[in-house]
Design a protein around this ligand. Structure first.
Ligand code: KG4
Ligand code: ZN
Length: 342
């Protein structure tokens, strides 16, 4: 019998301080998430300086709690995985410095985890039977990409956003409407009572990539023109119409790639995979014989468990980092296009 591998995952890329212990990349033994949402809400968004300071205050308690809940000590852990990018540089550095210290003190290997690859791993936690190959739709606050995942090592980005990410567009539109942070969640709630009756441009470009800044501008123009005409804005209708425009192009693109790759599995991940409409539309693809994997809500947004899962697959490959590891705030998926490049 092969030995179980326990990885500790540490996540501090934005406004969640999180740590988790995962067995063999799929079984969550503990996942502690300390969210700073309430702290940042009064500012209408994440304040990087405040985020870093709170990570510093919380990280030791969060990691110790994750070990306690998993009923293990550091000496029983096989490797320490930490998010080193993408994210806010100051916030990332707190996790990276802590993980380096812990690795040095315990003699355990350090694993540098790309946060976005972490999101790709989130579905392994909810669906322990999920095996590549599959098409991945990653929808977060900083990245939007469709990839073909061939194995735990290899993926190819097939399409990505040329400007804003989908979550960023949700947050910006929420701000325009004066909704509290985090905007995506508020838009989701309000859209439940809405009708899809405002026409917005598709996010799907002719070349198969996505653009969210056009949708954001179209929404801003709509709000301004309604105001100028002295007409009331029906916020739920606007929220649902915006959501349709933000999601429909992604679903169309997923269908195209599922067909092209003759692939029967779609795994959706990232913060926006918590969105009700996106979840419904993705699930509808099952009518065409596609098996659709959605993470449970806890693993949609940022968490240490997805980082621990990703760290397991890197551990198997002996993909270790050393103490020169630094934060990489603009890290992308391999092959993802840079902002502004069509
Ligand atoms: O993956 P995530 O937690 O952080 C990043 O890596 O960026 O994603 C956060 C994003 C935010 O933009 C947030 O507004 C969005 O996910 N989000 C949602 C929902 N829940 C979170 N967007 C739409 N509907 C939701 N229910
Ligand atoms: Zn994230």
């Amino acid at each position: 019998m092969t030995k179980d591998i326990l990885t500790l995952g540490i996540e501090t890329s934005c406004d969640e301080t999180s740590a988790s212990v995962v067995k063999n990349g799929t079984e969550v033994l503990s996942c502690v998430i300390n969210s700073q949402i309430d702290i940042h809400r009064v500012f209408g968004g994440v304040v990087p300086e405040i985020a870093s300071r709170n990570h510093i205050e919380n990280i030791d308690v969060v990691v110790k709690e994750a070990l306690t809940r998993a009923n293990v000590t550091v000496s029983e852990i096989d490797a320490i995985g930490v998010t080193y990018g993408a994210g806010l540089v100051g916030a990332l550095l707190v996790g990276v410095a802590y993980a380096k210290g812990l690795a040095q003190a315990s003699g355990k290997p350090l694993i540098a985890v790309n946060h976005i690859e972490g999101h790709l791993s989130a579905n392994y936690l909810t669906h322990r039977d999920l095996q590549p190959p599959f098409i991945s739709l990653m929808t977060s606050g900083g990245h939007t990409a469709i990839s073909y995942v061939e194995s735990s090592k290899k993926y190819t980005v097939l399409a990505s956003t040329v400007d804003d990410a989908i979550g960023e567009a949700f947050d910006k539109v929420a701000r325009l409407l004066g909704l509290p942070y985090p905007g995506g969640v508020e838009i989701d709630k309000l859209s439940q009572k809405g009708e899809n009756n405002v026409k917005f441009p598709s996010v799907l470009l002719k070349n198969g990539n996505f653009s969210y800044s056009g949708l954001k501008t179209a929404t801003a123009n709509y709000i301004n023109s309604q105001k100028m005409k002295g007409e009331e804005i029906n916020v739920p209708n606007l929220c649902l119409s915006f959501t349709h425009a933000a999601v429909d192009g992604l679903i169309t693109a997923c269908k195209t790639h599922l067909k092209k790759y003759k692939c029967g599995k779609l795994a959706v991940s990232g913060g926006v995979s918590a969105n009700s409409y996106l979840r419904e539309e993705a699930k509808k693809l099952e009518k065409d014989g596609v098996k659709v994997y959605l993470p449970e809500m806890l693993y949609c947004t940022d968490n240490g468990a997805m980082i621990a899962s990703r760290a397991y697959f890197q551990y198997i490959e002996k993909d270790f980092a050393d103490l020169s590891l630094n934060a990489a705030p603009t890290l992308k998926l391999r092959g993802e296009i840079s902002k502004g490049k069509k």
